[in-house]
Design a protein around this ligand. Sequence first.
Ligand code: ASP
Length: 319
Amino acid sequence: MKSVIAIHGGAGTITRSALGAAQEREYLDALEQVLAGGQGILEKGGSALDAVTEAVVRLEECPLFNAGKGAVFTQAGTHELDAAIMDGSSLAAGAVACVKSIRNPIQAARAVMEDGRHVLLVGAGAEQFAIDAGLEAVTPDYYFTQARYDQWKLAQKSHAQHLLDHDAQSLMREAAPLDPGTKMGTVGAVALDAQGNLAAATSTGGVTNKRVGRVGDSSLIGAGCYANNRTVAVSCTGSGEMFMRLLCAYDVSALIEYGARTLERACQIVVMEKLPMIAGRGGLIAVDRLGNICLPFNTEGMYRGHARAGGPRQVAIYG
Ligand code: ASP
């Protein structure tokens, strides 16, 4: 079995003209560095679960992406983070939502999974659980970045409710009026290890200017994150409300398991056919039990990358 990892850093209105060459390089370098971390674990015979955890921790630590440091702002000017992780070998899963003080929400999600009593913890209870598990707590200013603050201010001015992170970025650069129907920017990783085990992890600050208490698809097992050794590991990014209504991550798995679709076809049905029917925008990354990779999106771009153990690392942004 050839182990493989794929990552994403969110989808949205990401165009060459809006991004610029220097920033493009910055994103590609960051994706490459994240991918190297996950790939290194797989090459040493590590588990898919460890590889996706490492990749998502690195994405959370990178201020370019909307998760951990660099998370977007809520309507109230605060940060509320969601994350989920799933082990395809046991169908064990853990998630946290609306956490405001945990440095790496994906580690909190993993601690919930390993504890095993619950799948999803929210708010103060999730934070206390993470601290009891020995995870690092931070003050709210830790998540602050000027870029997301400016995005939020612009969104507030235009009365735009929850904008996808990369759409907000692009609109800022083009100084176009904000379209409240556009949104995004989340991170995720999926992997298959040498033992044939699949794992998926997703982490996000949510959508810019979201209501306090809003939870998206990222922390919901089956919506924004899913892994099952019988089928596939999936991590999603996009307009969370639509991904929730379609249970996108699980739907890819179900199309393979019950519909006998190939990975490619299952992903195409969900991202290119079903999501657009309810104006769902975004994409997903998927690795199936045979090590096939599919990284579809229905937006202008999606920060993404993949690598096989011992192979070259491929990173990309645009369609
Ligand atoms: N899906 C995320 C959410 O709705 C946002 C994103 O992917 O950018 O919270």
